[in-house]
Design a protein around this ligand. Sequence first.
Ligand SMILES: NC(=O)c1ccc[n+]([C@@H]2O[C@H](COP(=O)([O-])OP(=O)(O)OC[C@H]3O[C@@H](n4cnc5c(N)ncnc54)[C@H](OP(=O)(O)O)[C@@H]3O)[C@@H](O)[C@H]2O)c1
Length: 428
Amino acid sequence: MINIGLIGFGNVGKSVFDIFAENGDLISNRIGQPIHIKKIAVRSIEKYSSQVPDPSLLTDSVDDILQDPDIDIVVEVMGGDQPAYNFITQALTHKKHVVTANKEVVSKHKRHFFQCAKEHGVDIYFEAAVGGGIPIIRSLKVGFSANNITAFYGIVNGTTNYILTKIQEEGKDFNTVLKTAQELGFAEADPTMDISGLDAAYKCVILAAVAFKIDVQLDSVYYEGIESISLKDIQYADELGFRIKLLAIGNRIDPDTFSLHVHPTLIPKEHPLSSVRNEFNATYIVGDQVGESMLMGKGAGGSPTASAVISDIIDISFNLSQSVSYRNLETRFSDAQVQSFDAHECQVYFRLSVKNTPGVLEQVSLQFSKHSISIEKIIQKEMIDDRADVVIITSPMSESTSRLLQENILSLDSCHQISSVLRLIKSF
Ligand SMILES: NC(=O)c1ccc[n+]([C@@H]2O[C@H](COP(=O)([O-])OP(=O)(O)OC[C@H]3O[C@@H](n4cnc5c(N)ncnc54)[C@H](OP(=O)(O)O)[C@@H]3O)[C@@H](O)[C@H]2O)c1
């Protein structure tokens, strides 16, 4: 008999419980021995007692799980940094395997957890921490393990993908779409972590750890959210043949140097990532042997996330039945460097608001040529009174050049404002 202790009984914890109730026999048959949830730790027993058939399953003391010698696997589905960090560390120290869906705690403390697990002969699995129900972590660890992964491009936040899709398809502005997303449960009441790109940045750190075997912290990842994406940008991008997606990007620049960044990005409409709509997630992987692959599916929601959590439980249960551990855990991080984002180069989309007078386009173009940047496309859009929108797509330039260029453009009398600066990727 394999015994599980659940810490947290919210969206994911309850779904884990429900899937065991529905598919328990199937899961036990797959493992080859019975498995069941022995204890569930929550803060308030009263709040959850009507949601379980037997309220004695619930405890308000996590120690009832951590100190129980019969519990083999601790499933942390409460979220946040502390006290999740302490609970996971204690579970591993007590020689219990851990499954977590918590991107924040894994992203911050992965090295500590991996070492602690190794020292105590147990495993920590975290499939649900990136991409919800999509088996991206297992694919990188096992399926693509013959490859040097050269790049990943992830749509790893369902809320922002939902908002960008709805702005595009319904022609509504950001705030209107955000409000609807909140009403429909696709965005949190406080959506800051999603909208700002922070959630995707945590996931970028985890993808980098698994794909590139590098141990970086959040401060190595440049991130930008979708707050300033307007309907106009989405429409202009569409006319030019692009979609705008919030991407978590990792690139191997040379064997020991990587770039990691999260930002809204124009990508060609024909690229498979462009077809990932609404709350769906996808990660596009480039490996030196396998070439290009994309995994797509539901990146959030109770059942898809619990599906990933239970796949980790099943994997660990196989390990237990074979008396092996540490089978699927890569802890040898390399000493690679992350390139400063200032040096990162890509094509850029500018939207400027300029005076609607003759000669302005020449003045603007001159600023680009001063920095040896060529203009791939320049189009004049909407003219209102003395103002016109100008949209420019450039040749690749570094972030530092882009900033200098923006200062130069803003100093022109003919430029009212730089309305948007977005990065653009054509080849992956
Ligand atoms: N929801 C998703 O779609 C999704 C997708 C991927 C990953 N995840 C990750 O999965 C984790 C759980 O997410 P969720 O959506 O299920 O969260 P949630 O609905 O907010 O549930 C969190 C649960 O943890 C309990 N909890 C919080 N602090 C606790 C403590 N100190 N001791 C014991 N229990 C505690 C909460 O109890 P109270 O109600 O009493 O506070 C609640 O039952 C998070 O790390 C999240 O990032 C979620």
